[in-house]
Design a protein around this ligand. Structure first.
Ligand code: ADP
Length: 203
């Protein structure tokens, strides 16, 4: 498996903006949020288990998971949330590891909003990059991107690691408070550094 660099940051900090640029340079980007969707796709054992546990009403007409309905249940009931996490977390971890193992780029990126909260994800990463902006910028950009109101975004932010704690756990901080174009040079520099590091590890 190639060297894995973890990238994290709060909602709207610019993780996708950063990882898109690594992907353009030919680097494999494994997205933990996408992996979490894959493990509950139709035909996967987890979806069967969820339908048995919550009832077939949790499925949409086409057999796929009604994610909004599931979210409503588990946000209202911590015990159900725990049941769901015990089912899905190991599977998400397996999916992430399989995607990283399939990577053929000199190093790979694991992008996850929960990188620092999940020890099993954290231990996959050789280095942790935190994409950082002030909270007011995070709020404004997220509200711009999503059709969420301020209270909703603030609730999501409050459920995530506080900015200072995240920064304290970073090996590398990407300051994304500048214009989008500034990320091109920042990512190009990091790419050089990671290639160098990956090369050294192979020797
Ligand atoms: P995340 O993946 O961390 O949730 P995104 O990469 O989706 O964040 O960025 C959130 C929003 O802010 C997106 O609409 C994105 O295009 C925009 N954005 C990201 N970085 C910048 C920047 N430096 N300047 C202006 N807008 C940005």
């Amino acid at each position: 498996m190639s060297m894995t660099i973890g990238i994290t940051g709060g909602i709207g900090s610019g993780k996708s903006a950063v990882t898109d640029r690594f992907a353009s340079l030919g680097i494999t980007v494994v997205d933990a949020d996408l992996a979490a969707r894959v493990v509950v796709e139709p035909g996967r054992p987890a979806l069967q288990a969820i339908a048995e546990h919550f009832g077939a009403d949790i499925l949409q007409a086409d057999g796929s998971l009604d994610r909004a309905a599931l979210r409503r249940i588990v946000f209202a009931d911590p015990a159900q949330r725990e049941w769901l996490e015990q089912l899905t977390h190991p599977l998400i971890g397996e999916e992430i590891r399989a995607q990283l193992a399939a990577s053929r780029s000199p190093y790979a990126i694991l992008s996850s909003p929960l990188l620092l909260e999940s020890s099993s994800q954290r231990e996959l990463a050789e280095l942790v990059v935190v994409v950082d902006v002030p909270e007011e910028v995070q709020l404004a950009r997220t509200m711009d991107r999503d059709a969420n109101d301020e209270a909703q975004v603030r609730r999501i932010m409050a459920a995530q690691l506080p900015r200072e704690e995240r920064l304290a756990l970073a090996d590398i901080v990407v300051d994304n408070s500048g214009p989008l174009e500034a990320l091109d040079d920042i990512v190009a520099e990091l790419h050089k550094e990671f290639l160098h590091r990956a090369e050294e590890q192979r020797l």
